[in-house]
Design a protein around this ligand. Structure first.
Ligand code: HEM
Length: 200
């Protein structure tokens, strides 16, 4: 799975979600102001304090996973999955997109609500309902890098520029086709530089 394409589409989905939810965008900006301030640029060492930014990225990956069907796996032995007998050497495709929007597991599954991740330690309590990086031995080995790159880039874009949807329409969130899930309509939006940029 390409590391750059997955991170790039996740950024585009995250930015689109924020433009459609100005209050959430403002909350991210407030967190950046209080935890990093306007006198210095966001750095990797700041990320541990930016939990709301992290939740925005998790919520983006829940609704718009970059690899919606993960990567095809083969069963190494006969097994049973949800009551279905799966013989050895069968190709198994996991629909993470559907699981991450399943109303059996998620309250208001179609709503973009980063707060849902506030009290949870995903790895311990979320089990197999949230798996944008896959799970187990063949899960994405780039997860640590991906989380840092997406958070640093998204956080820097919000810290350094003013973003606003000037169109009367919401940003189109239709999904395109591809191994990594692109937006059907690419995001284009004007932005304004912040005073922080003039300092550096
Ligand atoms: C937001 C960013 C990313 C997402 C959402 C993502 C997601 C995934 C997913 C879902 C898989 C398949 C897991 C499975 O089938 O169980 C995967 C595999 C993989 N990813 Fe990522 N990935 C991201 C970034 C990266 C980065 C930055 C790198 C490396 C620098 C990377 C390297 C890999 C590799 C090498 C595999 C194959 C692992 C294997 O088959 O054993 N990924 N990724």
């Amino acid at each position: 799975m390409a590391g750059s394409d997955t991170s790039a589409v996740t950024l585009e989905w995250a930015m689109s979600n924020l433009l459609n939810h100005p209050c959430i965008l403002q909350k991210v900006r407030d967190e950046l102001d209080s935890q990093v301030g306007q006198q210095q640029l966001l750095e990797e060492s700041n990320l541990t304090k930016l939990s709301y930014l992290r939740n925005v990225i998790f919520e983006t990956l829940r609704l718009y996973p970059a690899a919606p069907l993960l990567i095809p796996h083969y069963s190494s032995s006969d097994c049973t999955i949800s009551g279905f007998d799966v013989p050895r050497n069968t190709m198994v495709i996991v629909n993470a997109w559907a699981i991450q929007r399943d109303p059996k597991f998620w309250e208001d599954p179609e709503i973009f609500k980063p707060e849902r991740f506030e009290s949870n330690n995903i790895s311990e309590t979320e089990g197999y309902k949230f798996m944008p990086f896959g799970v187990g031995r063949r899960a994405c080995p780039g997860i640590g890098l991906a989380e840092r790159v997406v958070a640093l880039t998204l956080g820097s874009l919000i810290q350094c520029f003013e973003w606003e949807n000037i169109s009367k329409e919401k940003v189109d969130m239709s999904e395109g086709k591809g191994l990594t899930m692109p937006k059907a309509v690419p995001l284009t939006m004007p932005y304004y530089g912040c005073p922080l940029l003039l300092i550096h």
